[in-house]
Design a protein around this ligand. Structure first.
Ligand code: AMP
Ligand code: MG
Length: 344
């Protein structure tokens, strides 16, 4: 199969992409979070192709992308007021809500669950594709399963050239980490995955939030979890990653003391001078956490090289989108963290 590269700036792109979706094909779509690998979310055969292309376990559900909040009721029932309040505050945007699924949503899309993750993305071209296709687009991140997510069309081409029908190139993703996921099917709202909408923002609307333990700790691979995707190794380059926390100076002292040839350092731009001779790679500025979230996955992809022995990573502190960056880096590091303050 030849993978067609479409530019989001091409006025014909939405109609071409929508036709592929309608005929059961796969299109990589740009969103503000990461690139998604999209198919008709109501078509079991089309959805199956997503799992095959990614090598994704069948028990890992997909997110249904819709063109606006007015579509929630087509695919979900028993919708609490909180869902409308969150949609009003954060859609279109990087927030997925888990709600009870109507029967029209195939269990292939929800990985057998009777709930569905639903989101309205903040990308005009992608919303136009959904509108023209006339169906919701099921899409997980467009990376090969287990690898860092795709935040440029080049990343998608690298993983799927010749295996999917088309890629719509909308440039690098603005947020750069996947959507925040909040489960609204229990008595209390539960954060299943941090993302572009911070926990504080959710609490400002919901007045309450439980943080699922999969967000803060390693989940056993045999565990029964609320968000099945969370138990799989994620975002990980091939070599081991260790997060070194603590002050700039103490972390640099620890890393420089342990650094061996073939290792790499993933750090903030402000820290580059501290790692002269250690082959450092910056993923953004600590002073602007949005540059860190936007740059993280591209950097993890660059570090996905079997010749590298070990990566020492620096991680931002704080809430908002920094909380999501911490979560992705901790998962990439399989929660392996060294505190430089204790080691010095
Ligand atoms: P990805 O976009 O690749 O991160 O995959 C979508 C993720 O959304 C999955 O891995 C799940 O963690 C989450 N998800 C989607 N639907 C549900 C659902 N019904 N219940 C819980 N989590 C969900
Ligand atoms: Mg993913």
């Amino acid at each position: 199969m030849k993978t067609r590269l479409l530019s989001a700036a091409d006025p014909d792109a939405p109609a071409i992409a929508a036709d592929i979706i309608k005929s059961g094909g796969l299109v990589a779509i740009p969103t503000e979070t990461v690139y998604g690998l999209g198919a008709n979310g109501l078509d079991e055969q089309a959805v199956l192709k997503i799992f095959e292309a990614k090598g994704r376990p069948q028990d890992n559900p997909l997110i249904l992308h819709i063109s606006g909040p007015e579509q929630i009721e087509q695919f979900c029932h028993h919708i609490p007021q909180a869902a409308y309040d969150l949609a009003e505050a954060f859609w279109p945007g990087p927030l997925t809500m888990v709600l009870p699924a109507k029967d029209v949503v195939p269990r292939r899309t929800t990985a057998g669950l009777d709930t569905v993750g639903i989101r309205c993305p903040d990308s005009p071209v992608t919303r136009e594709i959904i509108r023209l296709a006339g169906v919701p687009i099921a899409a997980p991140s467009a990376n090969i399963s287990g690898k860092p997510s795709t935040t440029t069309a080049e990343h998608v081409l690298h993983d799927h050239d010749g295996r999917i029908d088309a890629i719509v190139d909308g440039g690098p993703c603005r947020v750069g980490v996947e959507s925040t996921i909040v489960d609204l099917t229990e008595r209390r709202p539960r954060l299943l995955r941090p993302g572009g909408i911070g926990p504080e923002q959710l609490i400002s609307v919901l007045g309450d939030l439980v943080v699922d333990k999969a967000v803060t700790a390693q989940v056993d691979k045999d565990a029964v979890v609320k968000a099945p995707g969370m138990k799989y190794r994620h975002y990980a380059p091939t070599e081991p990653v260790v997060i070194v926390s603590g002050s700039r100076e103490n972390a640099a002292a620890y890393i420089r003391a342990h650094f061996e040839p073939g290792d790499r350092v993933l750090c903030f731009e402000e820290e580059l001078p501290l790692y002269d001779g250690c082959n450092p790679l910056s993923y953004g500025r600590e002073a602007d956490v949005n540059t860190l979230s936007a740059g993280l996955f591209a950097a993890l992809r660059e570090l996905d090289d079997p010749k590298i022995h070990q990566v020492y990573a620096r991680c931002p502190v704080g809430g908002g989108v920094a909380y999501a960056v911490q979560n992705r880096l901790k998962k990439a590091a399989a929660f392996h963290i060294v505190d430089a303050e204790e080691e010095i």
